[in-house]
Design a protein around this ligand. Structure first.
Ligand code: BES
Ligand code: MN
Ligand code: ZN
Length: 508
């Protein structure tokens, strides 16, 4: 269910509802802060916890109606020993739905006493801000006359009240959450609308709005520059491929890092992946509109980086193409020359993501001389087989960059798992008539993807694993959900936006 949400955060009083949090388990005692508050609720909370049916199971939200009007939402945190922040995220998703149903427009959050003070106000505020926004996402713009009276039923101006120490981070969380939802809106937009030309238009408009520099390397230019991968993959598409370049240049000041090398983000944006002549089976092919999610994560992150005016230069590159079957389409057997001169024998036109990323990575690392490069891509079905849908696969041999990514992922609940990439994996890709093949047989699919990309990182890539700190995130398992799971609805998750922003905010 979705209604428009205008959330603001303040520290004012007189709420219509208060939300508190409680662990489950044997303990029947209330934290002191709640005991004091319970006086104004006439002891309703103390009475409730004596009742056997009063649940605080992980993820539950229970509504109490104390005398005097103020409603009380109790977020159930479950057993304290097995608590994870995802429980709180799930609670906040349900809490927002409760606010909609009961038309609460002023909500006071008093979660700290229940969570315990090891949960600091700032990260708690951030989590609250992000989750209230992302849990309200839904994609309605393609609903038509058979859509019913609309699940919407009007919007809600929700103002949230939090303690002063949380406020700044709640607000940042709202901003980052909106960017994650923007990435999800683009991801959900169907492939007959969201083609490469559409993404170019969207990025130009977004960049103008938030103050990013946006330049486009169109298909002609890409051809002239030697981007043989991007051009080949997009050759059969309904609109030509393109490389979208977004740049965040922080205003120069003592505090900023603007004279330093940027962080480079690269995201795969295949607007639809049929597999090309190595065509995919038809079952679930519709989900291949989500093959642009890596690129959408970069677009969302760049929007937030600009909105938050982060003091660090960041470049976002989004190679976009549609992988179709067409007389103009590329074929198995074609040999392509990529931007850095590496030639690729196409053994499988369905291994297209790595071909568009190859040019973007080679171009990005050469042109911008970044201090680090991170790419995100729905690159392989193999990573879904290996890791399922609970984390993304992370390839990164630089331990500093890896810590930055893992710490940020843990902080926002976008989990990563480390996978190996060795020279042996690079050898799997040796070509017969070209330098390398784009798919080298059955073994280690997700690693082959990473190994392929490594040929396009920095100056050394073509001959050996580069020393440039680089990470490849295979997000094929996490970029869309087959079923709703609070705070997430079915569909795109925006995976990567919150992680990247968190990482860039903390970059020292
Ligand atoms: N976009 C797919 C990967 C994918 C599969 C994403 C399932 C999400 C869900 C990618 O372009 C692809 O087709 N990969 C192939 C690579 C193979 C041909 C080497 C794969 O994983 O099977
Ligand atoms: Mn493919
Ligand atoms: Zn693909």
């Amino acid at each position: 269910m979705y209604r428009s949400l205008k959330a603001t955060a303040s520290v004012s009083t007189h709420p219509q509802a208060v939300a508190i949090a409680m662990y489950g388990g044997a303990s029947q005692s209330l934290p002191k802060a709640y005991r004091l508050l319970d006086r104004q609720w006439g002891g309703a909370l103390a009475a409730a916890i004596k009742r056997p049916e009063f649940t605080r199971d992980a993820g539950s939200v229970t509504c109490l109606y104390p005398e005097g009007g103020t409603r009380l939402f109790v977020l159930g945190l479950g057993d304290k020993k097995s608590f994870r922040e995802d429980t709180l995220r799930a609670c906040l998703g349900s809490l927002l739905q409760n606010c909609f149903t009961s038309k609460v427009t002023k909500l006071h959050l008093e979660l700290s006493p229940g969570l315990g003070h090891s949960f600091k106000p700032e990260p708690l505020g951030r989590l609250v801000g992000e989750m209230l926004i992302v849990s309200n996402f839904s994609f309605e713009s393609c609903k038509g006359t058979a859509g019913g009276s609309g699940s919407g039923g009007g919007g809600l101006n929700l103002s949230i009240e939090v303690e002063q120490a949380q406020l700044a981070q709640v607000r940042r969380g709202l901003t980052v959450g909106r960017s994650a939802n923007y990435a999800r809106t683009l991801a959900a937009t169907p492939p007959n609308i969201a083609n490469p030309a559409y993404l170019v238009k969207q990025c130009k408009a977004m960049a103008r709005k938030v103050g990013l520099k946006c330049s486009i390397i169109d298909a002609k230019k890409a051809q002239a520059m030697g981007m043989g991968g991007l051009v080949a993959v997009g050759a059969g598409g309904s609109t030509p491929p393109a490389l979208i370049c977004l740049e965040h240049i922080p205003p120069a000041s003592k505090k900023t890092d603007s004279n330093k090398a940027p962080v480079l983000l690269v995201g795969k944006a295949i607007t639809f992946d049929t597999g090309g002549y190595s065509i995919k089976p038809s079952a679930n092919m519709d989900a291949m509109k989500y093959d642009k999610c890596g690129g959408m994560a970069v677009i969302g992150a760049m929007e937030a980086v600009a909105a938050l005016k982060l003091p660090i230069p960041v470049v976002g590159l989004i190679p976009t193409a549609e992988n179709m079957v067409d007389t103009k389409a590329y074929r198995p057997g074609d040999i392509l020359t990529c931007y850095n001169g590496v030639t690729v024998e196409v053994t499988n036109t369905d291994a297209e993501g790595r071909l568009v990323l190859a040019d973007a990575l080679a171009y990005g690392t050469k042109k911008y001389k970044p201090r680090a490069a991170i790419d995100l891509a729905t690159l392989t079905g193999g990573v879904v087989v290996a890791l399922g849908s609970f984390c993304a696969g992370c390839f990164c041999s630089d331990s500093t960059l890896r810590s930055r990514l893992f710490d940020a992922g843990d902080a926002v609940g976008e989990r990563l798992w480390h996978l190996p990439l060795w020279d042996e994996h690079r050898q799997m890709l040796k070509g017969t008539h070209g330098d390398i093949v784009n798919s080298g047989g059955r073994g280690a699919h997700p690693i082959q993807g990473a190994a392929f990309l490594s040929y396009f990182i920095g100056d050394e890539g073509p001959t050996q694993l580069s020393s440039l700190p680089w990470a490849h995130l295979d997000i094929a398992g996490v970029s869309d959900l087959k079923e709703a799971k609070s705070p997430w609805c079915k569909g795109p998750t925006g995976f990567g936006v919150r992680l990247l922003v968190k990482m860039l905010e903390g970059w020292k």
